[in-house]
Design a protein around this ligand. Structure first.
Ligand code: BJ8
Length: 422
């Protein structure tokens, strides 16, 4: 990695602590990714992005700020990036996926909080992630109790704006979400000093739709019998989608898809015939959480789809681009975002329909239902998910884990046995 020490120092980071993270990450990436055989050549780009994860993109964001631009950090896929980009600002995902940040979060949060929240809070308070330092304003949302209360703590340290996400999907809830998006627009305009116009919003909607289309293309390749890319590689691409420059990301992902489609035509698969195809569903896998995929793919299975926020929930629906006025465009945004099926909604039957549909589309042999420890929403939904999948005759294994490695061997045994039985 190039030398970014000066930049990190200027960001007020805790360099000594941060060095510890920089020491372990390349090894972890090497072990999980570079040991794979027959990877697509176009993965070089994503390897580079991860190798320089705290360097290259942060540098671009700082450049943007030097030119008078603002950066917004987000934690949930209901927050519409389009509004941010339409104000000439940049949105970057901030969810923490490393155990490294968890103890920092535990200093101020109850231990029985999900690791995603603890890691996100720890990364900010311990000053060990450049993205958390660079973001001028964070945008949170009222999805789960843990997040809601954590925002109050973070708001003491950084400008914070919270969107009130409805938890039902009646017409009046969609209208309420539209109003929330209108309020976000005002906030972003005020904070950036830039007006959002019909033109700029139209451009931003198309920008993010193009990213979604590239991801759809990638996932379509994973539906094929000839599997041209591993689940690990697809996951890291998904994770990078949250913070890379959207235009470049789209371009690179389409380039990768050209190669994948060619591989499909030529019958080049990354796995042996008969490898069990696994769909994973549940709580998000924020970067650098690669534990589950790594275990599955070194235990005789391959991940073909993620019904997760770091997966299909992120890109499956497009925003209607035919709308003209700002009011119509914002309504189109509200309609699109309210189609996401997160367990914070009640009822949330549509998520179960999604899982069953995706299992068929991706020809999954079995499903692994993942819950991050202490996420009550997804843990409670497990009962119905399991029941409905059994009715459909789709084998399912539910697991609960955190970011530590302490249960890796136990998981390996359970997952190995599940795959063997498929
Ligand atoms: S749309 S999944 S990104 S809320 S795992 S913090 S729910 S206790 S991350 Fe999420 Fe938005 Fe839903 Fe997706 Fe809370 Fe559960 Fe932790 Fe979660």
């Amino acid at each position: 990695m190039a030398d970014y020490n000066e930049m990190w120092k200027e960001l007020g980071m805790n360099l000594e602590e941060h060095d510890k993270l920089c020491e372990v990450l390349p090894q972890a990436f090497g072990d999980v990714f570079l040991t794979q055989e027959n990877r697509p050549e176009a993965m070089d780009y994503y390897n580079f992005v991860i190798a320089e994860i705290h360097g290259v993109r942060p540098k671009e964001l700082i450049e943007h700020k030097k030119n008078g631009g603002k950066v917004f950090g987000t934690f949930c896929i209901y927050v519409p990036d389009e509004i941010i980009f339409a104000a000439d600002a940049i949105a970057t995902g901030l969810c923490g996926g490393s155990q490294f940040w968890v103890p920092g979060g535990e200093k101020v949060l109850p231990v029985n909080t999900c690791p995603l929240i603890k890691a996100s809070v720890g990364a900010r308070l311990d000053k060990t992630c450049p993205f958390f330092r660079i973001a001028d304003m964070y945008i949170g949302e009222t999805t789960c109790d843990g997040k809601k209360k954590a925002w109050e703590i973070l708001a003491e340290d950084v400008p914070f704006y919270v969107m009130d996400l409805p938890q039902m999907k009646r017409r009046k809830d969609v209208t309420a979400w539209k109003e929330e998006i209108e309020d976000l627009k005002k906030k972003v305009e005020e904070f950036t000093g830039n007006r959002i116009t019909e033109e700029s919003l139209k451009k931003a909607i198309s920008l993010i739709n193009e990213k979604r289309k590239a991801l759809m293309r990638l996932y379509n390749c994973r539906k094929q019998k000839v599997l041209p890319i591993s689940g690990r590689d697809a996951l890291v691409i998904m994770q990078i989608a949250f913070y890379d420059d959207p235009e470049r990301f789209t371009q690179m992902t389409n380039k990768l898809c050209d190669e994948l489609e060619q591989r499909i035509e030529q019958g080049i698969s990354v796995v042996k015939e008969g490898t069990k195809r696994i769909l994973v569903t549940g709580t998000p896998l924020a970067v650098p959480n690669w534990k589950l995929h790594n275990i599955i793919e070194t235990s005789g299975g391959v991940v073909v789809c993620e019904e997760m926020c770091t997966g299909t929930r992120y890109f499956e629906q497009l925003v209607d681009e035919t709308k003209v006025t700002l009011d119509e465009q914002i309504e189109a945004l509200a309609n699109r975002y309210m189609q996401i099926n997160c367990a914070c909604f009640t009822p949330n039957e549509a998520r179960i329909d999604d899982i069953i549909r995706l299992a068929k589309e991706y020809k999954a042999d079995g499903i692994i239902n993942l819950n991050l420890k202490f996420c009550n929403l997804y843990a409670t939904e497990t009962y119905k998910v399991e029941r409905e999948l059994r009715k459909e005759g789709i084998p399912v294994l539910s697991i609960e884990t955190d970011y530590t490695d302490s249960d890796s061997e136990q998981l390996r045994t359970r997952i190995g046995a599940f795959i063997e039985m498929l």
